[in-house]
Design a protein around this ligand. Structure first.
Ligand SMILES: Nc1ncnc2c1ncn2[C@@H]1O[C@H](COP(=O)(O)OP(=O)(O)O)[C@@H](O)[C@H]1O
Ligand SMILES: [Mg+2]
Length: 277
């Protein structure tokens, strides 16, 4: 198998990494309008890749093409060196967590997680054991019999993630999974997502329009605008060496402004000349 050397994340050692997913020259048009222009990138085994871009730049379209819910007009996708571009979604070994969770409202938490396992023709017992184990790992054991409407947004999101993890996919795709949560829950889920990835070691591709989220979570970030990749690198490299003026403005300037306003509101930045101790 193909192994390349790549620097993954701040403070991590340079190590040999296997390419899990290879995306080559993906193009997509809707009504003669080019939505994705010649998109090529690799995702490494066990990597947490964030796709960062403004609303409308083509992130969801790209994710739907990766999992096979949408068909590309050009280009190919390879998983573990095998072409999967023409396979139906359930044969691609990927799981997706949607922005709106897409839980079955009339089913309990447990049934929501068991459902897909049973459809995959696992025995009732195996399906139940797997569902219980994953729900426990996500701290949802006391909510097994509840319906989605009886749960908070964060808990619903956990069920949606549990449902995907239970299927044990090679790659998990997450489409702005925490954008719909309130600020407090978003912070909690952000930390949990990172824990989940550490615990399950699954390759994850995570879509977001929030720079901070991408910087907090990702090993590498793919910055997109208008259907093209502006830069794909570690958060550290993107911040220190933005590839072009778009990345400089959209990522670096944005984060610096945020940082300055944080300093200001915590009183650590004032216009008084600093006294030298
Ligand atoms: N099924 C569709 N038919 C026509 N246009 C679409 C369809 N889905 C998405 N688009 C258009 O493609 C562009 C990218 O959309 P999307 O991939 O949802 O962006 P993002 O997820 O980055 O916000 C948008 O201009 C959107 O209006
Ligand atoms: Mg989207």
């Amino acid at each position: 198998m193909h192994a390349v050397s790549i620097h993954l994340g701040v403070g991590m050692e340079k190590k040999e990494q296997t390419i899990k997913l290879k995306v080559r020259n993906i193009q997509k048009l809707y009504d003669d309008k080019i939505i994705l222009k010649d998109i090529s990138f690799d995702v490494m085994e066990g990597e947490f890749l964030a796709i960062l871009g403004l609303s409308g730049c083509g992130k969801t379209t790209l994710l739907r093409i990766l999992i096979g819910l949408e068909k590309q007009d050009k280009g190919s996708i390879y998983k573990d060196e095998k072409e999967i571009s023409l396979l139906p979604p359930d044969q691609r070994g990927m799981g997706i967590v949607f922005q709106n969770y897409a839980l079955f409202p009339n089913m309990t938490v447990l049934s929501n997680v068991e459902y897909a396992l049973k459809r995959r023709k696992e025995t009732k017992k195996t399906a139940r054991d797997t569902a219980l184990r994953v729900l426990e790992q996500l701290g949802m054991s006391e909510h097994l019999d509840k319906k989605p409407r009886q749960l908070s947004g964060g808990q619903q999101q956990r069920v949606a993630i549990a449902r995907t993890l239970a299927m044990n996919p090679d790659i998990i795709l997450l489409d702005e999974p925490i954008s719909a949560l309130d600020v407090t829950n978003r912070e909690i889920m952000k930390r949990e997502l990172k824990e989940i990835q550490k615990k399950f070691h699954t390759t994850m591709i995570f879509i977001t329009h929030e720079q901070e989220e991408a910087f907090y979570l990702a090993d590498r970030i793919m910055v997109m605008s208008e259907g093209t990749i502006e830069q794909l690198d570690t958060p550290d490299q993107i911040f220190r060496h933005p590839a072009n003026s778009y990345v400089k403005e959209f990522v670096v300037a944005h984060l610096e402004q945020k940082y300055q306003s944080l300093l200001k509101c915590t009183g650590r930045l004032d216009n008084e000349p600093k006294r030298v101790e």
